[in-house]
Ligand binder design. Structure first.
Ligand code: CU
Length: 297
């Protein structure tokens, strides 16, 4: 971890020892073993911080994927990245895709990238809350052309604000083969490196200083058009009590109950593609938010 000496001291040794690695992929209802479909990089759990480095694409050692299986995804299917440890640095997480000229395994990511999802903050008068989690789910756009792609997750830690600190990119790429797609030409398209600058407001933002709005770095999210937006994960549920900006928002958790399962309040209990527990903890009931998401309230 880079950052100011002050910040390093303030954050303590535990911070440096347990960063997160996006190492597992689920497609629809199929959860693959560790590093199957995901390129195993050599950066362990360290971030990439150099905005001009090709390591920003698929992390250190992730430039090729000859040893990685490419997994099939139907256009429109949900995909989930899992990390070994839940993300805990505040900041946005995004999903990008880039079409390989040939096989995804041979592709270094030097072509054009488009963004398919952003998890930005929920900002209230008392601060910002982020999706800090160990799984991030979104849908592959249904209109993109068939072919092999890199699917890239990026969690950007902005907990040590620029310029005293350096934002941290936690990255992995999966190799996917899309079928059943369409003929869209996804845009806007960007190069990596190049898509992120030291002048981006979402890069320089100070989350501890009266954050009123936030723009996730990178291009705008590509969608297939009206009525076809990406459902992805639900927005972060704003906390009910006053939240200090440094307080971590508890993740909705599923807790087992005798004789079955139980979803804690604000946890997911239903929706298209959802295969988890549908029983809400006592005191809450499962309420439909949209076709893709119901939660216990
Ligand atoms: Cu850290």
């Amino acid at each position: 971890m880079k950052g100011s000496i002050f910040a390093a001291i303030a954050l303590g040794a535990a911070d440096a020892s347990a960063h997160y690695i996006f190492q597992q992929l689920q497609v629809g209802g199929t959860k693959y073993p560790l590093w199957q479909g995901v390129r195993q990089h050599t950066n362990y759990n360290s971030p990439v911080t150099d905005l001009s480095s090709a390591d920003l694409r698929c992390n250190v050692g992730g430039g090729r994927g000859s040893g990685t299986q490419t997994v099939s995804v139907r256009a429109g299917d949900s995909v989930t990245f899992f990390s070994d440890v839940a993300v805990y640095h505040q900041g946005p997480t995004s999903l990008y895709m880039s079409k390989a000229p040939g096989s995804a395994a041979d592709y270094d990511g030097s072509g054009q990238w488009f963004k398919i999802y952003d998890w930005g903050p929920t900002i209230t008068g008392s601060g910002a809350s982020w999706k800090l989690d160990s799984s991030y789910t979104a849908n592959i756009p249904s209109c993109i052309p068939d072919g092999e792609y890199l699917l890239r997750i990026q969690s950007l830690g902005i907990h040590n604000p620029w310029p005293a600190g350096i934002p941290q990119f936690y990255i992995s790429c999966a190799q996917i083969k899309v079928t059943g797609g369409g003929s869209a030409n996804p845009s806007p398209a960007v190069s990596i490196p190049g898509a992120f600058k030291e002048t981006d407001p979402g890069y320089t933002a100070n989350i501890y200083n009266n954050l009123r709005s936030y723009t996730v770095p990178g291009p705008s999210v590509f969608t297939c058009g009206a009525g076809n937006t990406n459902p992805g994960n639900p927005p972060v549920t704003p906390p009910q009590t006053t939240l200090a900006t440094t307080t971590r928002v508890p993740n909705p958790t599923t807790v087992p109950a005798p004789g079955g399962c139980s979803v804690a309040r604000y946890g997911q209990c239903g929706g298209n593609g959802y295969t988890g527990c549908t029983t809400c903890a006592s005191g809450s009931t499962c309420s439909r938010t949209n076709d893709w998401y119901s939660q216990c309230v």
